[in-house]
Write a protein that binds this ligand. Structure first.
Ligand code: PHE
Length: 336
């Protein structure tokens, strides 16, 4: 073998070995094309081998040429496998970055709950509807006519002072009681009437048992021959359903301008009596005010303090807790 041929073979083998090592050492996909060009590109390491091949004796060329081809194929294959190695690694890295550990506990999504006052109100409404009362409602912003006058509380009447009223402009006010719904309902329909009207009421008053906004449920039952016995029986039964037969309840004589006679009902809280509702036989003047004939129909009305009942049910000692929206307080009353 000629010396030139032997040197060329050694060069081919060296370049091939160098290229294979370079291919397996490439670490980034972006570098791959540059490194490959260093060997098999136009000006790569294989180009001078071809020139050297041309200078060999003709009888040496076929075997040297074949050696170059084999070497170049091996180098191309090495770069091809480097390419797929890097692509696989890139994919694996992307998968790793986006990996989701399905065994981790989920994020807790805090569920809201119905406010304790609303829970009690809903229960009371359910109970009263089972007694045969229908739902009615009226506006929170009222006129003096509906909130007072037609309820037998003319402006000179001292009873208006019993209810510290929030007055608005234009003769309007925030209703101090749900009783105006009695008047609105009776004005719009004929007896028999048996309705309840739950809603917010407003009084300029605040201490441990009074909040400037609170909830009442008004009840009204008008028909022929509805008597005080119906009032007593209905309300006693109602409180028994609420608190069970053993909870002490008392009727106390009272005064409301729109009922005669009038009573208040107290429930024993365990340490004291708490007033929970006012009631009475609808005053004949109120019936006349809405165009009913008191000689033909009578009935009773009641106004329930919902917030008070919630305090009794949950043993809450200060009504203001109900409106501070302190989550630590409210969390104690999950919706049942
Ligand atoms: N409206 C009265 C109040 O708020 C309660 C009541 C309603 C009394 C119906 C008698 C009849 O104090």
């Amino acid at each position: 073998m000629s010396e030139a041929h032997a040197r060329l073979q050694a060069d081919i083998d060296a370049i091939r070995a160098e290229a294979l090592e370079a291919a397996s050492a490439v670490e980034r996909e972006a570098d791959l094309a540059t490194v490959r060009a260093r060997f098999v590109g136009k000006k790569g390491a294989f180009a001078p081998l071809m020139q050297a091949l041309g200078r060999l004796a003709p009888e040496d060329r076929p075997s040297a040429g074949a050696r170059i081809n084999v070497a170049r194929d091996a180098v191309e294959a090495a770069f091809e496998s480097a390419r797929s190695r890097l692509a696989e690694a890139a994919l694996a890295a992307a998968l790793e970055r986006g990996r989701v550990d399905v065994t981790l506990p989920g994020r807790v999504v805090a569920a809201g709950a119905t406010h304790p006052v609303q829970q009690v109100l809903d229960d009371l409404v359910d109970l009263l509807c089972a007694f045969g009362f229908e739902l009615a409602d009226g506006p929170e912003v009222e006129t003096e006519t509906f909130n007072f006058d037609l309820l037998n509380m003319p402006s000179s009447h001292p009873a208006r002072d019993m209810q510290d009223t929030f007055y608005l402009e234009g003769g309007l006010l925030l209703r101090t009681q749900t009783s105006p719904v009695q008047v609105r309902t009776m004005q719009s329909r004929q007896p028999p009437v048996r309705i309840i009207a739950p809603g917010k009421v407003f009084r300029c008053d605040a201490d441990t048992t009074h909040s400037p906004v609170f909830h009442q449920i008004e009840g009204l039952w008008i028909d022929r021959d509805v008597t005080m016995a119906d009032l007593k029986g209905t309300l006693t039964h109602f409180l028994r359903m609420l608190y069970g037969p053993d909870r002490p309840v008392r009727f106390r004589p009272s005064f409301f301008p729109f009922t005669e006679p009038s009573v208040e009902l107290d429930v024993w809280t365990g340490s004291r009596w708490m007033e929970v509702l006012g009631a009475g036989m609808v005053h004949p003047q109120v019936l006349r005010n809405v165009g009913y004939d008191p000689d033909q129909v009578q009935g009773f009305a009641f106004g329930l303090g919902v917030d008070r009942l919630a305090m009794i049910r949950y043993g809450i000692t200060d009504i203001r807790y109900l409106w501070e929206n302190d989550a630590r307080f409210l969390r104690q009353f999950p919706t049942r």
